[in-house]
Design a protein around this ligand. Structure first.
Ligand code: TYD
Length: 141
């Protein structure tokens, strides 16, 4: 599976009408997992790079509900940049994908839906270690 297939863009239905827009997100429906945690990132300057980690267990969907940001993702092989700039679009990020979020607009509110409760021990924050773990997982396949 290539990286685009592993990390698809999700387009949510717009249930809006002449009163305004409405987007509904339900776990195990438009999001391919049960949502256990929600956090959002805002007030990040555009010179900041966040993320810079991979997760051994967690899956995520990232949505810029306001403003814009970019996420650079890699599976250690391919790399792609997704521009998050619409409240009705998200990107799915499965486990063991390295991600960097950057280029935040001053009004950016980046909403993150996660499949797990927070556990700092499942974060891999060293890129070489990430590649090593990937390699050992591939050998055990
Ligand atoms: P961090 O993972 O560095 O944020 P980002 O991925 O956006 O760069 O998290 C910043 C701090 O917040 C760090 O001390 C861990 C803590 N944190 C939690 O306690 N729970 C959470 O769900 C998250 C995402 C972070």
């Amino acid at each position: 599976m290539n990286l685009k297939e592993k990390c698809p863009i999700i387009t949510f239905n717009d249930l809006g009408d002449d009163r305004g827009k409405l987007v509904v997100i339900e776990g195990n429906q438009s999001i391919p997992f049960d949502i256990k945690r929600v956090f959002y990132i805002y007030d990040s300057n555009n010179d900041v790079i966040r993320g810079q980690h991979a997760n051994k267990n967690s899956e995520f969907v990232l949505i810029n509900v306001a403003g814009r940001s970019k996420v650079r993702i890699t599976d250690g092989d391919e790399e792609m940049v997704v521009e998050l700039d619409k409240p009705m679009m998200g990107v799915y990020i499965p486990r063991m994908i390295w991600k960097d979020m950057y280029d935040f607009s001053s009004d950016s509110v980046l909403l993150v839906l996660a499949s797990t409760h927070y556990d700092g021990r499942e974060y891999i924050r060293d890129y070489d270690e990430y590649l090593k773990i990937l390699k050992s997982e591939n050998e055990n396949d």
